[in-house]
Design a protein around this ligand. Structure first.
Ligand code: AMP
Ligand code: GLY
Length: 432
């Protein structure tokens, strides 16, 4: 088969890696890919949100299946365009991707179907005064969110009423988030541990993948600013079988049912970001794709052939609602540039990649990497080119072993100003 993977981060490296292990002979392309993905796929120099050129590429190259990594092209309607052209693609339509692309939509949707989530109200561009009055009436802590896509920066947990009002002003009056902040969702603050549950759905049937936990803050002990995710592990001990049944019955199934009833059957990866509160699991957010770095732990734990699963998802041929996961655990440690998530420098040579990857049951996924442009000299090297640079995944019989393997391999890698968290997976090791 000829397969195109859209995207160029650690998540897409993990997707390409999982496809490369599939039975049969396949040709994989990645647009735009990255320096690590090159090992398994031909690089296509087209941006992930350049939908028309992706359609053209898929037609010319007779691509049999396209798998989309990031949310942006999905929300922009890449699936609708590919399907118009008769091209098979795995992901939700633009209408279904609103579960991630519009928090105003997803919150109202959850309300319609009684799916547990934080209480909320939505305000539009002209409603600043009313929104501020609502914040004063509710008090703090309170959460203010830009409704649209904001690259993970659109949710602000406000400790005080003043901070919430400032955030509202920032979003609604100063339009700091552009169109994404034209509508804001003001939400009750929830407490509990977070976990993510992933379902692959073909519009009717679905399978659940291993539940995972991300580490969003930059600092150990969950302090400092939010990032795209500094590490992940799966499965998550707090998501017991009993809890997973609750999530399935109260979140996953009503979500898929509601989308189908409303005429937008959900096909693709449904990412349910959950807060495990004292009242039970509640949805923090939906995403319409795999998480990054969650994909780097969930995909290596797949029990089934990834290509078979993705194809069945795209073609409406999934069967059963079993959990698709092999035993054991996976842990991923993200190596980031010094300064991230703020300003950081790029272009530092990365040492020890081969040594790290040679470790048993270790995968080194590239995110913000590039080649140093010395290919012709025969001495080309890999340099840093982004905030999150690498994700080092270890697999093991249990979480302890997976973490040990990941951190041992991390010890082999170095670049100037490298930073990473040493407490990935720590919550998962606590005695329950
Ligand atoms: P979101 O972009 O909606 O996933 O939010 C990003 C992060 O903000 C989440 O992972 C939570 O850590 C936090 N957050 C979002 N909404 C809430 C809420 N209602 N209560 C507490 N924390 C929240
Ligand atoms: N790691 C969080 C996300 O992918 O949204």
């Amino acid at each position: 088969m000829r397969i195109l993977v859209v995207g160029g981060g650690g998540r897409e490296h993990a997707i390409v890696h999982s496809l490369s292990r599939s039975g049969g002979v396949h040709t994989i392309f990645a647009a735009p890919g990255n320096a690590g993905i090159r090992e398994f796929a031909s690089i296509v120099p087209v941006r992930a949100d350049d939908i028309e050129n992706l359609v053209r590429f898929a037609r010319t190259e007779q691509i049999d299946l396209t798998v989309v990594g990031p949310e942006q092209p999905l929300v922009l309607g890449i699936v609708d365009r590919f399907e118009q052209e008769g091209l098979a693609i795995m992901g939700p339509s633009a209408a279904a991707a609103r579960l991630e692309g519009s928090k105003a939509f997803s919150k109202a949707f959850m309300q319609r179907y009684g799916i547990p989530t934080a209480r909320h109200r939505t305000f539009g561009a002209g409603d600043y005064d009313e929104a501020a009055a609502h914040v004063r009436a509710c008090g703090a802590p309170i959460v203010v969110k830009a409704s649209g896509l904001a690259a993970g920066k659109g949710a602000v947990v406000c400790a005080t009423v003043e901070e919430a009002i400032e955030t509202l002003s920032f979003m609604l009056r100063e339009q700091a988030f552009g169109a994404a902040g034209e509508e804001v969702v003001i939400e009750e603050y929830m407490t509990g541990e977070e976990a993510s549950v992933f379902a692959l759905s073909d519009g009717q049937e679905y399978v659940l993948l291993a539940p995972a936990q991300d580490h969003k803050r930059i600092g150990e002990g969950d302090v400092g600013p939010n990032t795209g995710g500094m590490g992940a592990y799966a499965p998550v001990p707090i998501v017991t079988d009993a809890l997973l049944r609750v999530v399935r019955d109260r979140v996953v199934e009503p979500t898929l049912h509601g989308m189908a009833v409303e005429g937008h059957p959900y096909r693709g990866v449904l990412y349910c970001g959950l807060m495990i509160t004292e009242e039970g699991p509640k949805v923090v957010e939906y995403n319409c794709r795999f998480g990054d770095p969650e994909a780097q732990v969930v995909l290596p734990l797949l029990a089934d052939d990834a290509l078979d699963l993705f194809e069945a998802t795209a073609r409406g041929a999934l069967s059963g609602s079993a959990l698709s996961m092999r035993g054991g655990a996976a842990a991923c440690v993200v190596l980031a540039s010094g300064g991230y998530p703020g300003y950081y420098e790029k272009g530092f040579p990365i040492k020890g990649l081969e040594q790290a990857a040679a470790h048993r049951d270790v995968m080194v996924f590239h995110a913000g990497t590039a080649t140093d442009g010395q290919e012709d000299s025969g001495r080309s090297g890999i340099v840093t080119s982004g905030g999150r640079v690498l994700g080092v995944t270890g697999l093991g019989g249990d979480l302890r072993e997976a973490l040990d393997r990941a951190y041992e391999a991390v010890g082999r890698i170095s670049f100037q100003h490298m930073q990473f968290r040493r407490d990935i997976g720590k919550k998962g090791l606590r005695p329950s």
